[in-house]
Design a binder for this molecule. Structure first.
Ligand code: ADP
Ligand code: MG
Length: 332
C-alpha cells in the first residue's frame, strides 16, 4: 500500500470550505474532500453513505471475510457456473482484460502464490518457499482458467484449484463505487482516496485542478516526489518499497511475477497510472510494476497509457512519463 497526500491549494474562505471525511476501508483507510454538498445532505449522511458503500464492496471482494462473495467463490470446488453479483463479474472481466493487455503480468488468479509467499490471508512465517512449492502453486494460476458471464452474472473455474485475489484492483474499484455514490447524491466536486488510489470529480470552487502528491519511493521516510494535477481522472500507484519482507538482506516484494512465481526484483520502484476509472488505473499500476522498467515503459508507450515510472539508478531516481500523463511539478 502506498500513501499519497492530497493537497488543496487555494480555496480558502466561504463558500469554498471543503468537507473532509476519513474512515476505514478494505484493510486500509479512506479520505474524502468534497465541495458543494446539495441541500438536505448533511456531513453525517455523507459519512454514513460512504461507510455503507465501503462495507458493501468489502462484503463482495474481501479475502479476510470468509463469507464474502469472493471467499465463497474461492472455497467452491465445482467447475460449473457460480452465480455472483454484477459488480464482481464486472471487476473480474476488467481484470481479465488487463491480464491480456499486460501479457499475463497482471493476474488475479495469483492468490495461491500470494499466500505461499506470506502476503495473503493465510499469514505464514516469512520463509522463502521451495522450488517444488512454487511450481505446485503456479499450476493453479492463469486468468484464462476463470470465465465470466453477465446474463445472469456468474463465474466459472476451468480448474477446481483456481482462487482469486482482487487486492490489486479492489481499492480502485471501491474508489469508483464511492465516487458513483457521491455523484448520484449530487455532490459537485470531490476527491476520494483509498489506500493511495484516487479519483477526482468536478471542480474546486476556484476552478484549479486537484493536486495530488506522489510519494518519494523510499521506505525510511515520507516525502513528496512529484505533484500531479488532476481534473476528473483517477490515479493509482503501485510500488515495492513499503510492503515487503527481508531475509539475509534480500527484499521480497508483495507483488509477484506470475511468469516466475516469485516476487519482483527489478529497479522499478513506483508506477502511477492515470485513467478514467480508478479500477483500471489500479490494475495497470500493478501490471506495469510486474513488467519492470523496460517492458513496462514500452507497453505504456505502445498502448498510450498515461503512466509515471520512477526507476532506481546508481545515481538516484529517474522519472519517465508516458501517454497523456498530466503535467507535474518535481519536488526535491
Ligand atoms: P498496493 O497494495 O501497494 O496498492 P497493488 O495494487 O499493486 O499494491 O496490489 C498488490 C497486491 O495484489 C498484493 O498484495 C497481492 O495481494 C496482489 N498481487 C500480487 N501480485 C499480483 C499480480 N501479478 N497481479 C495481480 N495481483 C497481484
Ligand atoms: Mg494495483
Amino acid at each position: 500500500m502506498l500513501l499519497l497526500l492530497a493537497f488543496l491549494l487555494g480555496g480558502c474562505g466561504n463558500p469554498a470550505d471543503p468537507v473532509r471525511l476519513q474512515g476505514r476501508a478494505i484493510g486500509t483507510t479512506y479520505s474524502i474532500v468534497a465541495y458543494g454538498l446539495p441541500d438536505g445532505l448533511s456531513q453525517d449522511d455523507l459519512h454514513k453513505g460512504v461507510d455503507q458503500v465501503v462495507a458493501d464492496v468489502n462484503s463482495v471482494m474481501s479475502l479476510f471475510k470468509s463469507d464474502s462473495e469472493l471467499s465463497r467463490f474461492n472455497a467452491y470446488r465445482g467447475e460449473d457456473w457460480f452465480p455472483v453479483s454484477k459488480e464482481l463479474a464486472a471487476v473480474v472481466q476488467e481484470a481479465k482484460d488487463v491480464n491480456r493487455i499486460t501479457g499475463g503480468a497482471f493476474d488475479i488468479t495469483i492468490a495461491p502464490l500470494v499466500n505461499l509467499w506470506g502476503f495473503g490471508p493465510d499469514k505464514r512465517p516469512e520463509v522463502v518457499p521451495t522450488e517444488a512449492e512454487i511450481k505446485a502453486a503456479m499450476a493453479d494460476v492463469g486468468s484464462d482458467l476463470v470465465e465470466v458471464r453477465f446474463d445472469p452474472p456468474a463465474l466459472k473455474k476451468l480448474k477446481p484449484g483456481i482462487t482469486l485475489d482482487l487486492a490489486a484492483i479492489a481499492k480502485g474499484h471501491c474508489v469508483d463505487a464511492v465516487s458513483s455514490w457521491l455523484k448520484i447524491r449530487g455532490v459537485s466536486g470531490f476527491m476520494v482516496e483509498i489506500g493511495g488510489e484516487i479519483r477526482t470529480s468536478g471542480q474546486k470552487p476556484d476552478n484549479t485542478p486537484w493536486r495530488i502528491a506522489v510519494e518519494k519511493p523510499v521506505s525510511m521516510e515520507r516525502s513528496v516526489q512529484a505533484l500531479i494535477s488532476l481534473s476528473g481522472q483517477s490515479m493509482a500507484t503501485s510500488g515495492d518499497y513499503r510492503n515487503y519482507f527481508e531475509i539475509d538482506g534480500k527484499r521480497y516484494s508483495h507483488i509477484i511475477d506470475p511468469s516466475t512465481g516469485r516476487p519482483i526484483t527489478h529497479t522499478l520502484v513506483s508506477v502511477s497510472v492515470v485513467d478514467e476509472t480508478c479500477s483500471r488505473a489500479d490494475a495497470f499500476a500493478t501490471g506495469l510494476t510486474v513488467l519492470g522498467p523496460e517492458r513496462g515503459i514500452a507497453l505504456a508507450k505502445e498502448c498510450n497509457l498515461s503512466a509515471f515510472f520512477i526507476v532506481k539508478t546508481p545515481d538516484g531516481l529517474t522519472e519517465t512519463a508516458t501517454g497523456d500523463f498530466p503535467q507535474h511539478e518535481k519536488m526535491n
